[in-house]
Design a protein around this ligand. Structure first.
Ligand code: CA
Length: 445
């Protein structure tokens, strides 16, 4: 991996932004994720910001106050934009320079800061006064299927005798999704209409989906792209990855079942995909890298172009992922959201470097701002199944909600809330904030 642990990860670091102190926040000084926000109180254009505690630091405004130089200056200047794309297009040296400088400016034991503190304080916006916007202009969105447990569970429902297709352990399976319907956390998701076949052998009907589901995933954003016709060697894959976000790949299972053969998912997925507003950089995640998935004896080794010793040693990411659900009835009764599942991103069969390298291996050009999602993150236990299709085993084992309701699939008014966090002894906990979305009633119902 190109990012190593450095002074910005020191668990002893504290910020003079008091709300960022450990135990109180997803965004301590060791995190410093990027997003795009707008003040609710005025008509200012969107701005690039960095989360620190319950505040957002306006990077452009700090740049105007001449707080950066060198590579940090180049990166901060790229934040004078309505999205993160320009920053993401630069590269690791600039990203790292900006992170290092922001860490120094926000830490409490830095004498230089006393001089600048008043300026910086003027450019902090409370999160309560800001609206988070789409952080990235996404040109292309691709979704993978990288959890062996998810693929095996889903396969066994449809093909009990042959759950895992023979290509799975050789090729990271993916499909091209739809970038235009990727939305930021908090956006309502209208239940889609589509063709579904209720009874085998009978014609389908066109109606609102009855089997609406979420999929808990992790996405990464492409930084610098590759030229058409020029694949990316796995050793260099990390240089092309800016950071991660949480992804909810909403899925209409009844539409999916009828349409998916022979070309894969289409309208069952493209009505909405929700992402979290904060992009956690790969550098912030450096302390939480872990070995790639341990293949069991008898599994084939990855083909040479998908294999590197560094990726095998550190290609995984120890990132805990949670899905909570709040129904309308629960909200009305003041019942807090119920935890449905808890999984971990380190359980994926393919690493993000393998996924990126595979995606570009035919010469396909990835571009700055492309979103590449992992596929549903499921582990080996029932508690870690990342979608209702698996968790309720196609609706045969309903989930009990506090307040007495049950769920096979999502109902109108259900809000799905995803969270992700990294914890490791000797390091500060960092987290992703939330990725939330509420199911809205279908049109014409
Ligand atoms: Ca998916």
């Amino acid at each position: 991996m190109s990012h190593t642990v450095n002074h910005t990860h020191d668990p002893r670091l504290r910020s003079w932004v008091k709300s960022s102190n450990p135990g109180q926040t997803d965004f301590p000084i060791q995190n410093l994720p990027f997003g795009v926000f707008k003040r609710r109180s005025n008509d200012d254009a969107p701005r690039v910001g960095v989360a620190i505690g319950d505040q957002i630091l306006d990077v452009r405004a700090c740049d105007k106050a001449n707080l950066f130089e060198g590579e940090a200056k180049a990166a901060a200047a790229a934040c004078e934009s309505l999205s993160l794309n320009k920053l993401m297009s630069l590269g690791e040296d600039e990203w790292s320079g900006l992170r290092s400088r922001l860490s120094l400016l926000l830490r409490e034991d830095n004498n230089e800061v006393e001089h600048h503190k008043q300026i910086i304080e003027n450019h902090l916006v409370p999160m309560t006064e800001a609206e988070m916007l789409m952080p990235v202009e996404i040109g292309d969105y691709t979704d993978f299927y990288a959890s062996l447990y998810h693929a095996t569970n889903v396969g066994s429902m449809f093909r009990p005798d042959n759950p895992l297709l023979p290509n799975y352990k050789y090729v990271p399976i993916g499909y091209h999704g739809r970038a235009s319907s990727v939305v930021v956390s908090g956006t309502g998701v209208k239940r889609p209409h589509g063709q579904t076949q209720t009874n085998e052998g009978e014609p389908p009907t066109f109606a609102p989906s009855k089997l609406l589901d979420y999929e808990m995933e992790v996405g990464f954003f492409v930084g610098p792209g590759n030229k058409l016709g020029e694949p990316v060697a796995i050793e260099r894959a990390a240089q092309h990855i800016f950071g991660l976000c949480l992804v909810n790949d909403w899925s209409a299972r009844d539409i999916q079942r009828w349409e998916y053969q022979p070309l894969g998912p289409f309208l069952a997925k493209s009505f909405a995909t929700t992402i979290s507003p904060w992009v956690v950089t790969m550098e912030a995640l450096a302390p939480f890298r872990t070995e790639a998935f341990a293949r069991t004896a008898g599994d084939p080794a990855p083909l040479a172009y998908l294999q590197s010793p560094t990726d095998q040693e550190q290609g995984g990411i120890d990132l805990t992922l949670e899905v909570c659900l709040a129904s309308r009835q629960m909200r009305e009764a003041d019942i807090p959201p119920a935890l449905l599942t808890r999984g971990n991103f380190r359980d994926m069969y393919w690493t993000i470097a393998q996924i990126l390298t595979h995606h570009a291996s035919n010469g396909c050009n990835l571009r700055t701002g492309d979103l590449i999602a992992s596929g549903t993150v499921s582990g080996s236990s029932k508690e870690s199944r990342g979608c209702l299709l698996e968790l309720t085993w196609r609706g045969t084992e309903p989930v009990q909600l506090p307040g007495g309701e049950t769920r096979r699939f999502l109902q109108d008014g259900d809000e799905v809330i995803m969270r992700g966090y990294c914890e490791r002894a000797g390091f500060a906990r960092i987290a992703f904030g939330e990725c939330r979305g509420m199911v809205l009633q279908a049109d014409g119902v």
